[in-house]
Design a protein around this ligand. Structure first.
Ligand code: ADP
Ligand code: MG
Length: 463
């Protein structure tokens, strides 16, 4: 019918607007390099903050002892206890407890959030085996992964620049994160020293580098997206301190806030941005990461329902609820291999309360999932290509067999197979056949936990 034609047109236009031909991706990567240089030159020089992590030495592998880690930066919060055994034994044991953060704490007050974290941590510490109790006069040491943009003032202090990913607690912005946590720890009498404050991307680099010296960058594709990489200090004009012995510094790019005119943005992306807690910010993150992909699909479905009566003559009310369609559900629909798209049918019924969908309709839903995830995956590949170009590792130099390994982590990368495969293939496409052989993509599990403990260990007061 006429309505069906209208629906097809909406999908077609959306697909066109989301296209990411290789030339466009190269321009995005080029813009990324320009912004990286601008961000490294001066504070506030670019939308890419290129934050100095104060990590100038990565774990050597000799780290030993019991360390704690906290991982805060998405929907869940984790406390970890990690036993390190030095060169021979490596990471001996990891124990972890995961708690989902009550939504009201994500937009409440600072002391409520940090008191909650401290209380969870104290509970976790109380399960510590007797033999690991710190000796008298010693404190437990903690690596704190806090995955929001932080202006570091040392390896163990830094102020929050802004929130993202659904968090918004005004009274912490501009405050020292370690100070806030320490206040809450003292309040409940938990004897612990924050030895390192890091971003999850930095933890991912540290964790991966621990076992593979070819690692040059860490990328997170989870609730949000971001990357960190190892830079030469002489390429960081804004660095005011003495040059570290290693000559290197890990830079937290905060690439979620990247923007350039080549990004394929649509009306749905604009609407999502306007309705978000941080309008105008994290535009790159909003078209790539797990927090948002499902909602972009929902927005297109809503348009189809409103303008083309896609689901019949009334608009399914659930379709109007922001974030009701989560990326894991989108991913499940996208991976549906049954001939009649049973998973899609069930998800539409269970989540959106839409019954009686035809196969033809379900195919369109899958097509939307494909358009949205392929755009995100290809842009993520372009951003990685940008890092490689910045470091001059995008081409093979005659006679050199330099390997470059990118460590990846995050639920989107781990579980959304089509996204991951598309991203890896696009990176190969961008590199070209010969150079692609010098690149490794490695899943670095739990850099935000183990990486934080490793960095706490390398900053320990007691070595
Ligand atoms: P965080 O980024 O919050 O630290 P994770 O790395 O575990 O946490 O990523 C969680 C995110 O990964 C979720 O918000 C979701 O968007 C995405 N995700 C989790 N499972 C899946 C899945 N099966 N398919 C697609 N995306 C998923
Ligand atoms: Mg995480």
């Amino acid at each position: 019918s006429d309505k069906w034609g209208q629906a097809e047109d909406i999908v077609k236009v959306f697909g066109e607007e989301c296209k990411t031909p290789i030339e466009k991706l190269k321009k995005v990567a080029e813009a990324m390099v320009v912004e990286m240089n601008a961000g490294l030159s001066s504070e506030g020089g670019s939308k890419l903050k290129m934050l100095i992590s104060f990590v100038d030495n990565l774990p050597s592998g000799d780290e030993k002892g019991l360390f704690y880690a906290l991982d805060l930066g998405g929907t869940n919060f984790r406390a970890l206890r990690i036993q390190l055994g030095g060169k021979e034994k490596g990471v001996v044991k990891v124990e972890a407890e995961e708690v989902s953060i009550p939504p009201h704490l994500m937009t409440g007050s600072s002391h409520e959030l940090f008191d909650f974290i401290a209380t969870c941590l104290a509970k976790f510490v109380s399960s510590e085996p007797e033999e690991f109790r710190p000796l008298p006069g010693r404190k437990r040491e903690l690596g704190f992964t806090f995955s929001f943009p932080v202006r570091q003032t040392s390896i163990a202090s830094g102020t929050l620049i802004k929130w993202s990913k659904g968090f918004s607690i005004e009274d912490v912005v501009g405050e020292d994160i370690v100070g806030e946590l320490t206040k809450s720890l003292e309040k409940i009498g938990l004897d612990m020293r924050v030895a390192a404050l890091i971003n999850d991307t930095v933890g991912t680099v540290a964790k991966a580098r621990f076992s593979n010296q070819d690692v040059i960058a860490g990328v997170i594709l989870g609730t949000g997206t971001n990357a960190a990489y190892i830079e030469h200090v002489n390429a960081i004009p804004k660095w005011q301190g003495l040059p570290p012995k290693s000559g290197k510094m890990v830079i937290n790019m905060e690439w979620g806030n990247f923007y350039c005119s080549y990004l394929p943005l649509t009306e749905y992306d604009h609407a999502l941005d306007v309705a978000s807690l941080n309008p105008g910010e994290q535009i790159f993150e909003k078209i790539i990461s797990g927090m948002y992909l499902g909602d972009i699909v929902r927005r297109v479905l809503l348009k189809l329902a409103e303008e083309a009566e896609f689901f019949g003559d009334t608009v399914p009310p659930k379709l109007r609820i922001p974030f009701i369609l989560r990326t894991p559900d989108m991913s499940a629909m996208h991976h549906d291999t049954s001939s009649d798209l049973k998973v899609v049918e069930k998800k539409l019924r269970d989540i959106l309360e839409i019954d009686n969908t035809s196969l033809k309709m379900r195919k369109i839903v899958v097509e939307l999932c494909d358009i949205v995830s392929v755009r995100g995956a290809r842009l993520a590949a372009a951003a990685i290509f940008g890092i490689l170009r910045k470091l001059g590792r995008d081409t093979v130099k005659a006679g050199e067999k330099q390997k470059s390994v990118i460590a990846l982590d995050g639920g989107l990368f781990e579980h959304y197979t089509i996204f991951r495969t598309c991203m890896e293939n696009t990176l190969k496409e961008l590199m070209g056949k010969e150079a692609a052989e010098t690149i490794g993509i490695e899943h670095s599990n739990d850099g935000s936990g183990i990486g934080a403990a490793l960095l706490a260990a390398s900053q320990s007061q007691y070595v």
